[in-house]
Design a protein around this ligand. Structure first.
Ligand SMILES: Cc1ncc(COP(=O)(O)O)c(C=O)c1O
Length: 475
């Protein structure tokens, strides 16, 4: 065989495109050569995937409930739950069954036709959350985009905002996803720099400040279509607003005829210890966006809930998605909601969350200089560290050590560790996770502080380009 021909065979086997040959070789890759070790998989991903994440170097190979195993067979406890997408626990048998059974029957119809699962899902989710209608999408960011479009449309049709002048108000420190419209509201400089021009029609207000919100509504209220907020800010570091804030928001939105739009993608579906985080303040938003755990950790499903007066502002052809409302997603979403209810996962989250914060507060008493705050609701919990006491170590370094001790958590910003295990985890697992954190502080942190060279942490990156606030200053 000539050299070129044998090269072609090799590339064919790997199913890759050779720029030199100028031909595409569509083949089936042999997986065996890659899947041997965590390191080879990490290297493979680094070589062939965009570098748009900075993961903790741990490879998921299989998982069940709160446990995850890497390819070498090491077991870990999940304290992130894929950012709350696996509230029900990994590979839940009921959700898996729904997925497999539906896969045998029908997976996709597109909305060019009807299918026999979506209407059932639509009825189930609207009756469960008490809204007239649902608009199904796939990812969370698409759900947020949908809500923004819905608010603008409602603003023009119902509120009579002059054409093209509708404004959405969002909160400093918010996170609603990664699409252009969504990053146009972001305070995260990394997410926005280099991606301009951003979309106009956005105003920012401090989260938790109803006085500032009313001032903004007074000044610009005739053009404001919606106020978009997370009832508990997740990516900002599990920021819980003061009691009564959401009630005040409800009153202001009603008074100034602004749609109250709750992004419950991360905070909802039991995560905070209630089915919706807005339930803590007993308020009913005009629009609710759900995602993540709606797909039970197996498939992306998002949904926007609203009443007819709002939802019917969007008409056929004006919005949609090929996969939104597909029968597979619909079957999985119904099972995912069933599991949350049948297993009382919101209540479980409330109880275990209390326990978790109690244990973390005890650790805080041991390290009062290091732990600035323990906060959260339900199993939506974070530990904020004091940057001076932590320096030169970061929350990311702490998470690396946690991983070595068999617990997977993720930092947000330099000093905050988010602890959000599956809501189905056991009390023993909760204790194991908390003990690991305590051991990292006791044994690993002093060593890391000795070994890691001093560095000056720039606070510049934390000053928001859009509103100029120093969002994540630790002191
Ligand atoms: C509150 C909130 N909204 C929206 C999103 C975006 O969801 P997705 O990553 O599925 O697009 C996230 C993701 O973390 C989120 O936490």
């Amino acid at each position: 065989m000539s050299l070129t021909a044998s090269k072609r065979v090799l590339q064919h086997a790997a199913g890759r495109f050779s720029r030199n040959l100028g031909t595409r070789c569509y083949g089936v890759a042999s997986e065996a050569q890659y899947t041997s070790s965590s390191q080879s998989l990490i290297n493979l991903e680094y070589q062939y995937s965009a570098h748009n994440y900075h993961p903790i170097p741990m490879v998921f190979s299989h998982a069940r409930g709160s446990s995850i195993w890497d390819p070498e067979g090491n077991k870990y406890l999940d304290f992130l739950s894929a950012y709350s997408a696996v509230n029900q626990g990994h590979c839940h048998p009921k959700i898996k069954k729904a997925l497999i059974e539906q896969t045998e029957k029908l997976t996709l119809s597109s909305r060019a036709f009807y299918n026999d699962r979506f209407p059932v899902f639509a009825e189930r989710i609207t009756s469960m959350f008490g809204y007239d209608m649902v608009l199904p999408m796939n990812t969370g960011a698409e759900g947020v985009e949908t809500a923004l479009k819905l608010a603008r449309k409602w603003g023009y049709e119902q509120k009579k905002i002059p054409n093209n002048e509708a404004v959405i108000v969002s909160c400093c420190g918010c996170f609603h996803g990664r699409t252009l419209a969504v990053i146009s509201m972001s305070c995260d400089n990394e997410a926005t720099r280099g991606f301009g021009p951003l979309l106009p029609g956005h105003l920012k207000v401090d989260f938790g400040d109803e006085v500032a919100l009313e001032k903004m509504f007074k000044e610009h209220g005739d053009r404001i279509a919606g106020f978009l907020f997370e009832p508990i800010q997740g990516e900002a570091g599990v920021i819980v607003p003061k009691e009564g804030y959401l009630k005040a928001v409800r009153c202001l939105c009603t008074k100034y005829k602004v749609l109250m739009i709750a992004d419950e993608i991360q905070s909802g579906l039991g995560r905070s210890g209630k089915m919706l985080a807005c339930d803590w303040d007993e308020v009913r938003p005009d629009v609710v966006i759900l995602g993540k755990a709606l797909g039970g950790g197996v498939i992306p499903v998002s949904a926007v809930l609203a009443d007819k007066e709002v939802m019917l502002c969007i008409r056929p052809g004006e919005h949609g998605s090929t996969f939104g409302g597909n029968p597979l997603a619909s079957a999985v979403a119904v099972a995912s909601l069933d599991v949350l209810v049948e297993e009382g996962l919101a209540e479980r989250s409330a109880q275990l969350g209390e326990e978790l914060r109690h244990m973390l507060t005890e650790i805080q008493h041991q390290y009062p200089n290091l732990i600035k705050e323990v906060r959260g609701r339900g199993l939506f919990t974070a530990v904020e560290l004091n940057s001076k006491a932590l320096s030169p170590v970061s929350a990311y370094d702490i998470c690396l050590k946690l991983k070595e001790r068999g617990v997977l958590a993720k930092p947000t910003h330099n000093t905050i560790i988010r602890l959000t295990p599956p809501l189905s985890l056991s009390m023993d697992e909760l204790k194991i996770g908390t003990k690991a954190l305590s051991e990292v502080f006791e044994f690993d942190l002093p060593k890391m502080q000795k070994e890691k060279p001093e560095h000056v942490t720039s606070t510049k990156a934390d000053v928001c380009d859009r509103c100029g606030r120093n969002l994540y200053a630790s002191e």
